[in-house]
Design a protein around this ligand. Sequence first.
Ligand SMILES: [Zn+2]
Length: 318
Amino acid sequence: MKPTIGTTSILDRQGMKRSDEAYLAGLLAKSATRFMLLADQKPVINSNAERTEATIRWLTRADIEKAGLPVTNDETLFLGVDRQSGIAHFAIGVTEHRTRNAPGVLEFLRPVVDLRTLAMQGVMSAEDLSIAGQAKALIQWHENARCCGHCGGTTLVKDGGWKRKCWACGLEHFPRTDPVVIMLVVDKKGNRCLLGHEARFAKEPKMYSTLAGFIEPGEDIDHAVQREVFEEAGIRVGEVRYHSTQPWPFPHSLMIGCIGYAETTDITIDPTEIEEARWFGVDEIKQMLAGKHPSNWWVPGKQAIARSLIKSFAEGKI
Ligand SMILES: [Zn+2]
């Protein structure tokens, strides 16, 4: 099982071509070109009445113009070209504030659903989740990059949305991806793994998950894992092995999944980070994965890289 956001890349991002404004303008003019809208960063979708299935609602240029929204190089973010059909895909971010100036557009946009909810509910395909995740992370960055961090000047959109350039000092700004380590810590014999319960996690029934934290400037992955585990649970980790990654566009993180091999076992938690941490044996983990734990304790769902790490432990693949 793989996490679903970012597991597919059906679009060729064409990084070499997106600085060519005439090329992008040509794509924008094509009738087959597809646009997705995100209203306040929530994707506009198609959904059945029961909300058990959702797909991105792809629109044409004519649809967008009918809704009173501009289709210009500044407003459209180039996601890429479908590797098979050659059709170009763009995203447009709109805010509720802006849609007030385009009468009727709010009705036209419904339904919009928060991407995290769509991912957690598992109602969207990996392809659509991956594209929506790319659009969401990029739009979120634009929201926060309107001014130059160096001189405070206004920044202008370049390269189909993959760059902003300061109008005043010329400094170029690029979309951010924030690296996060997410680690399953196991004891030396591989018999037990360490999971934590944070205050923000569901309590009734209680959810446990892997520890995680941002990598700090100047830090490599191994040291980030060792530092975070010691800070949160007081456990010393030695060897660190890479497991897998998952883009997590909330707001624009990259989760780097690791296995950390513990050198100590006594837990001392940092109550400002987590409420509880404990060791779990394989049998108990299998119960939690199967939803058959006697106390109904559970672990994150299949859309999360945490579950992928925990499942590897249950299957003895660490
Ligand atoms: Zn500047």
